[in-house]
Design a protein around this ligand. Structure first.
Ligand code: AMP
Length: 283
C-alpha cells in the first residue's frame, strides 16, 4: 500500500521533513503552485523528479498577489483532489502553509522586483502582482531550500522575474522553466479555465491560434507591429477584450521592432467575459 503523502502545515514540520532528505544527501526540487492542479502542474512535478531525488510541491493561494478587485476569494480550491493527484505523481512532501504561517501578525517586508517586472505587460494591468509573487517565492525558496525550482513558461513574465530575483539575491538554486501544457485544441491549461462558460470555452483556443499565426508571419519577415495589430483585431472579433499582445525580447522582455532585435517571445493576455486568459509563444 502506498504510504500517505506527508503534508507539512507549519515551518517546523517542513524543516524536519527537508532535514531528513538532506541527512540522506538527497537533492530537493520545489514546485510552487496555488493548487487546483491540472496536467500542467503535473508536468512540472515530472520534471522535478527528473532533476532531484525528492520533490516538494507547495500549495498556497497567495493573497498578496491578488488586488482587492481580483478573484482571491473565488480562486478554485481543490485540496483533496490535489493531494490525490500528487500522491499518484509520487510527490515526497506537500508544503501547505496557512496565510497566518506565511504572513504572521506584524509581517512587514517586501521583495520589490524591477527589470522584467516593470516592462508594461502584466505589471501594467496588475501593478501589485510581481511584488506579491517575488515576496512569496523568495519565502518559499528560503523555507524549502531546494536545489532546483520548477516553473511553467505559461507564466512567462513571472518565470523571467523569478529567474532574475534568484540571480540578483544569489539564491543558491536553479530556476527551470518548462513548456506550456495545452489542451488538444491549443488552449493553455489553467486553473482559471474552469471559469469559462461553454461558449467562452469554444472561443478560447483562438488565443493560441492567433499567437501561432503571428509567430509564423514574423518568422516570414512581415512587419512586427502590423502583424500584432491584425492579431489584436482578430482577437477582438472573436470576443476577446485584449489587455496586450506584444512582441518582446525573450530574455529582457524589452520591446523589439524586428527579428534582428533578438530572440522574440510573443505575450498575450485577453479577457473572455470576466475570465482573464494568458499565453505566450516563442517566435
Ligand atoms: P499556478 O498554480 O497557476 O500559480 O501555477 C503554478 C505553476 O504551474 C507556475 O509555475 C505556472 O507557470 C505553472 N503552470 C500553470 N499552467 C501551466 C501549463 N498549462 N503548462 C505548464 N505550466 C503551467
Amino acid at each position: 500500500m502506498p504510504s500517505r503523502l506527508n503534508v507539512a502545515r507549519n515551518l517546523r514540520s517542513l524543516r524536519t521533513a527537508v532535514a531528513a532528505f538532506r541527512k540522506k544527501r538527497e537533492s530537493v526540487a520545489l514546485v510552487p503552485t496555488m493548487g487546483a492542479l491540472h496536467r500542467g502542474h503535473l508536468a512540472l512535478v515530472k520534471e522535478a523528479h527528473r532533476r532531484a531525488d525528492r520533490v516538494v510541491v507547495s500549495i498556497f493561494v497567495n493573497p498578496t498577489q491578488f488586488a482587492p478587485t481580483e478573484d482571491f476569494g473565488s480562486y478554485p480550491r481543490t485540496f483533496d483532489t490535489d493531494i490525490k493527484a500528487l500522491t499518484a505523481a509520487d510527490t515526497d512532501l506537500v508544503w501547505a502553509p496557512t496565510a497566518d504561517v506565511m504572513y504572521p501578525e506584524g509581517f512587514a517586508t517586501r521583495v520589490a522586483p524591477a527589470g522584467a517586472a516593470k516592462v508594461g505587460l502584466e505589471d501594467k494591468f496588475r501593478p501589485h502582482f510581481f511584488g506579491g509573487v517575488a515576496t512569496v517565492v523568495a519565502k518559499l525558496f528560503l523555507q524549502v531550500t531546494p536545489d532546483v525550482a520548477i516553473f511553467g513558461q505559461k507564466d512567462y513574465q513571472q518565470l523571467r522575474v523569478v529567474t532574475q530575483m534568484a540571480r540578483d539575491l544569489d539564491l543558491p538554486l536553479k530556476v527551470v522553466g518548462i513548456p506550456t501544457v495545452r489542451e488538444r485544441d491549443g488552449l493553455a491549461l489553467s486553473s482559471r479555465n474552469a471559469y469559462l462558460s461553454e461558449a467562452e470555452r469554444a472561443a478560447a483556443p483562438t488565443l493560441a491560434r492567433v499567437l501561432n499565426a503571428c509567430a509564423g508571419r514574423i518568422q516570414r519577415r512581415e512587419p512586427v507591429e502590423m502583424v500584432l495589430e491584425e492579431g489584436r483585431a482578430e482577437l477582438g472579433r472573436s470576443g476577446f477584450a485584449v489587455d496586450y499582445l506584444e512582441a518582446r525580447h525573450a530574455l529582457t522582455l524589452a520591446p523589439v521592432a524586428s527579428l534582428k532585435d533578438g530572440p522574440i517571445r510573443l505575450l498575450v493576455t485577453a479577457k473572455l467575459g470576466t475570465t482573464r486568459l494568458i499565453d505566450n509563444l516563442a517566435v
